[in-house]
Design a binder for this molecule. Structure first.
Ligand code: NOJ
Ligand code: CA
Length: 566
């Protein structure tokens, strides 16, 4: 529907976690009509595309990432008519919609899986990965803890699940299954959506030897990713998926593709790549020692963060386009994670926002990020809803952490931090619902909410609006969207990069410190002036830029460069 080409480079995407965005019928659960009600808010913010997390029928063991019917919606989210209305209303406002595509696994309550269990001789049995035996075929650990193998009740047989045990992995080796999936994908695209965010897609190919690996935890298990993520041969599946579905519709695809080495980016996002863009988690997870295990933490500093971001940008720039983000429904709030004790300082929050927003790529904003929301610290492990938080708490105890430390660590990283209901106003339940929400509001919602910031000059929300406006419609739009990027040498607490297109060069500086600092500007930046920022006052002395605490500033030469037109 959206045509071919690379139109998606010009989008600003807003991610909605539908359970927590807006509850239209006051049952405590956000829903599709709630999103439609808030389209004016989104339009005013300036975003151009929505990514809506799964809304399909699901027992909600993993909040919708466990789908029991790809063609039906979860009743708590609404009806197909509600979705049609949302797509149409959003379209009228110039807002495109992408949905989540979860095709590595289904729910164990999916009809295919039920058939596979009830009729092991039917074709559905081979839609999943079963192995016979009286013990688990290998010692791999699932992402949400415990073995990847779950015993089939009453039979000496196990099925494979890379995530939760209610999320059996589909067997992509089965061609009939692949065809079924492609038909389903095409059906959704024909409905008029602009594309998909694609879940856990690098998991679809497994190392079928299922050989034991060296245990890496006190549970005697070994992380499953080495044998179940980005395995040799995955390219054939991804290529076929693209040809049979996405290519036919000119749609946008943003893949959650952890584990892709930079040298393979050409295959994934090059001119003939499988996807339009992929998320790079290397800098999002820089506080974790080993992949998805939160309790193995490591310290980091701004130089390292800047290094990882720029490595990612430079690697992607060689072949394709980035999907830039600092938050999503699996990550803690960026304020708490990246700013630590400065999380409540609006100037710092704005600086962080601008730092990632003007990188080369399509920016993604997660709901509530535009308000500067912070993590929600829970006082007891029972208060977590997220299956992975519950597992991480248990595993950290098993690994020898004391309960207070375990709770502290899970609080820092829990996916529930970002999943709290959206605070629309300061009323009871924050205007999200008139009933008690499925997950408690954050402690700060009486202060941090949309109404308190809307139209308020220096608010974080108004800053986001101005930032989006500047990228999308400002005088340097072409450079800020399409310009190349390169890092600029800077001191430890400053991240700096240059964007350049034709005769326009923009130097971007972000001071992550609560103290001022001085940076030597590139030689060609002589005469530069501040064109945008959280403080556009550029104090330059002898080629040194004096940055104020948490200042974010974009600089450009005041006079046209020689030999170029203005
Ligand atoms: C990644 C999703 O973002 C996450 O929320 C989910 O739990 C897993 N994939 C499994 O689908
Ligand atoms: Ca509802």
């Amino acid at each position: 529907m959206a045509g071919s080409g690379t139109w998606w480079k010009e989008e600003v995407v807003y991610q909605i976690y539908p359970r927590s965005f807006k509850d239209s019928n006051n049952d405590g659960i956000g829903d599709i009509r709630g999103i439609t009600e808030k389209l004016d808010y989104l339009k005013e913010l300036g975003i151009t595309m929505l990514w809506i997390c799964p809304i399909y029928q699901s027992p909600m063991d993993d909040n919708g990432y466990d789908i029991s019917d790809y063609c039906a919606l979860a009743p708590e989210f609404g009806t197909m008519e509600d979705l049609d209305e949302l797509i149409a209303e959003a379209g009228r406002k110039g807002i495109k919609i992408i949905l989540d595509l979860v095709i590595n696994h289904t729910s164990d309550e999916h009809q295919w899986f039920r058939e596979a269990l009830e009729h092991p001789d039917s074709g559905f049995h081979d839609y999943y990965i079963f192995r016979e035996g009286s013990k688990p075929p290998c010692n791999w650990r699932s992402i949400f803890g415990g073995s990847v193998w779950e015993k089939v009740e009453g039979r000496d047989e196990y099925y494979f699940h890379a995530f939760g045990k209610k999320q059996p992995d589909l067997n992509w080796e089965n061609e009939k299954l692949r065809r079924q999936l492609y038909n389903m994908v095409n059906g959704w695209l024909e409905k008029g959506i602009a594309g998909f965010r694609i879940d856990a897609i690098t998991f679809i190919k497994k190392d079928l030897s299922f050989a034991d690996r060296e245990p890496d935890g006190v549970d005697g298990l070994a992380k499953c990713t080495k044998g179940s993520r980005n395995q040799p041969g995955i390219g054939a599946f991804l290529k076929e998926l693209k040809q049979e579905t996405f290519d036919k519709h000119g749609c946008v695809t943003v893949a959650e593709a952890p584990g892709v080495p930079y040298e393979d980016l050409d295959e994934f996002i090059g001119p003939d790549g499988y996807f339009s863009m992929i998320f790079d988690f290397r800098y999002a997870d820089l506080d974790i020692a080993s992949g998805s295990e939160w309790f193995k933490r490591r310290s980091w500093n701004v130089r390292e963060l800047g290094g990882k971001i720029m490595d990612s940008q430079m690697a992607v720039q060689k072949y394709g386009w980035s999907a830039n983000f600092i938050e999503n429904h699996d990550q803690p709030r960026a304020t708490t994670k990246y700013l630590k004790e400065a999380q409540d300082d609006p100037q710092a929050v704005k600086m962080l926002a601008a730092m990632y927003f003007f990188l080369r790529g399509t920016p993604f904003i997660y709901q509530g990020q535009e308000l500067g929301m912070v993590n929600f610290e829970r006082q007891s492990p029972e208060l977590f809803n997220d299956i992975s938080s519950i597992d991480q708490y248990q595993r950290s105890l098993e690994e020898g952490l004391d309960p207070d430390e375990a709770l502290r660590i899970v609080n820092l990283r829990s996916r529930d931090n970002a999943r709290t209901p959206f605070p629309w106003d300061g009323s009871r339940y924050g205007g999200f619902s008139q009933s008690r929400p499925w997950l408690p509001m954050t402690m700060e919602y009486p202060v941090i909410h949309a109404e308190a910031q809307s139209g308020v000059q220096d608010s974080v929300l108004e800053f986001y609006k101005s930032m989006i406006q500047f990228r999308q419609h400002g005088p340097y739009r072409d450079c800020l969207i399409y310009g190349s990027i390169r890092p600029i040498e800077s001191s430890g607490n400053v991240i700096a990069y240059e964007r350049q297109k034709d005769d326009v060069t923009i130097w971007c500086y972000y001071n992550f410190s609560h103290t001022g600092t001085q940076e030597r500007l590139p030689d060609d930046a002589a005469g530069a002036v501040g064109i945008w920022g959280n403080d556009t006052d550029a104090e330059i002395r002898d080629g040194m830029l004096c940055l104020k605490p948490f200042q974010a500033i974009l600089l450009k030469q005041d006079v046209p460069q020689s030999g170029t037109h203005s």
